[in-house]
Design a protein around this ligand. Structure first.
Ligand SMILES: Cc1ncc(COP(=O)(O)O)c(C=O)c1O
Length: 379
């Protein structure tokens, strides 16, 4: 018996199932392009929705903060890593998002995985949308709580489940606002009403809405009675990290009781410089947001005219649901041959029979690039 047998077995299984994932080196270029294996490709897979990862102001902001504060923050924020630029950014973002407070986290994954256990105990019932992101699923699993997975975006199912469990003292509803693999949206107003009716805490992950949707790009929960919003800086913000928008009381509780905040070195100054620069730009990027959503409806309409199933997407994320894994892999190869990066998404990331090409648009894409993409999908 070799101690690594389980690894050999799993990798062999993945080879046989055509599911062995590998990393590929990528060099970013301007205009939503990148170089892969010496070849220039158009990127339709990144979450750089506003093209900010290549913006000179973010790069200068990162360099400036790095020279001012140093290359690392040296400790967790509770020890001595709470540089003044954290609270500057948190205060600016809180005003824009119309919330009492913001708390910066190191990543969206870290936030979801640690906030859910922090908010729950063995008496808590968690109600989670069936298409929630893996970081939410891991957070629920770590909490060890009872859970009800309600049908995707079926808020009647959610309300009925709460009604049947109204005797539970603590209830936590968790959902995304824009779903990462489907690009559809949930109804925040109805969720708020349901959470209030059943006295449940409402936590909404805005990873894919932040920077893109809502007033000034501040997401779908801005100005709404949502208890906890998780937003990320690694997607439309073109940088890295995450934030929690909440009441001052919840922020104070998380600073004290959330392991993913307490026991980790704070984000490095360079990242904060990029976030700070993005925060200056994003509220004034309505033109880019309009271009992005126009590009998305153009692409969706063209794909639908060609007979493709784009699910319930209404955003910059457009799934082309092809069903079985082999046609999805074949389409991905065809796209790659045409100079396009468009990642195939297969189970377990999406349910069995719902393999797809996940297209993610950027305001930096030109109509010409989108037409090149559409041509590959023509039969
Ligand atoms: C819905 C959702 N939540 C959280 C995350 C994790 O965020 P981060 O990349 O900042 O760890 C992602 C990232 O893919 C996501 O799609």
């Amino acid at each position: 018996m070799n101690k690594y047998d389980f690894i050999d077995t799993e990798l062999a299984r993945r080879d046989t199932a055509n599911q062995h994932r590998r990393l590929r080196n990528v060099t970013p270029l301007a205009n939503a392009c990148c170089e892969v294996d010496g070849r220039q490709m158009i990127n339709f897979s990144s979450n750089d929705y506003l093209g900010l990862s290549q913006h000179s102001k973010l790069q200068t902001g990162a360099a400036n903060f790095s020279s001012q504060y140093g290359s690392g923050s040296t400790a967790s924020r509770l020890i001595c890593g709470s540089l003044d630029c954290f609270s500057d950014i948190e205060n600016k973002l809180a005003a824009l998002k119309q919330v009492e407070s913001i708390l910066i986290f190191n990543s969206g994954f870290q936030a979801n995985v640690s906030i859910i256990p922090a908010l729950t105990n063995s008496d808590t019932l968690i109600l989670s949308d069936s298409l929630n992101h893996n970081s939410i699923i891991q957070g629920i699993s770590l909490s060890g709580c009872d859970k009800i997975i309600y049908d995707h975006n079926d808020l009647d199912h959610l309300a009925k489940s709460l009604e049947a469990n109204n005797h539970r003292e603590r209830k936590l509803i968790v959902t995304e606002s824009v779903f990462s693999m489907d690009g559809d949206q949930t109804d925040i107003d109805r969720l708020v009403a349901i959470a209030q009716e059943f006295n449940a805490i409402l936590m909404v992950d805005e990873a894919h809405a932040t920077g893109v949707l809502g007033h000034h790009g501040m997401g779908l929960t801005a100005g709404k009675q949502v208890d906890i919003t998780v937003g990320t800086f690694g997607k439309a913000f073109g940088s890295f990290g995450a934030y929690i928008a909440s009441s001052e009381k919840i922020r104070d509780y998380l600073i004290n009781c959330c392991s993913g905040f307490v026991y980790t070195t704070a984000l490095p100054p360079a990242i904060l410089g990029a976030i700070d620069a993005a925060l200056e730009l994003i509220p004034n990027m309505d033109d880019e947001r309009r271009t992005l959503l126009d590009n998305a409806s153009y692409l969706r309409n063209m794909l639908q005219q060609l007979g493709y199933n784009t699910g319930n997407s209404t955003t910059q994320i457009i799934p082309v649901v092809l069903g079985d894994e082999s046609s999805t892999l074949a389409m991905s190869t065809k796209l790659e041959q045409a100079g396009i990066i468009a990642t195939p998404i297969r189970p377990p990331t999406v349910p069995e029979g719902e393999s797809r090409i996940r297209l993610a648009l950027s305001a930096a894409h030109s109509r010409e690039q989108i037409d090149t993409l559409i041509d590959v999908f023509r039969p």
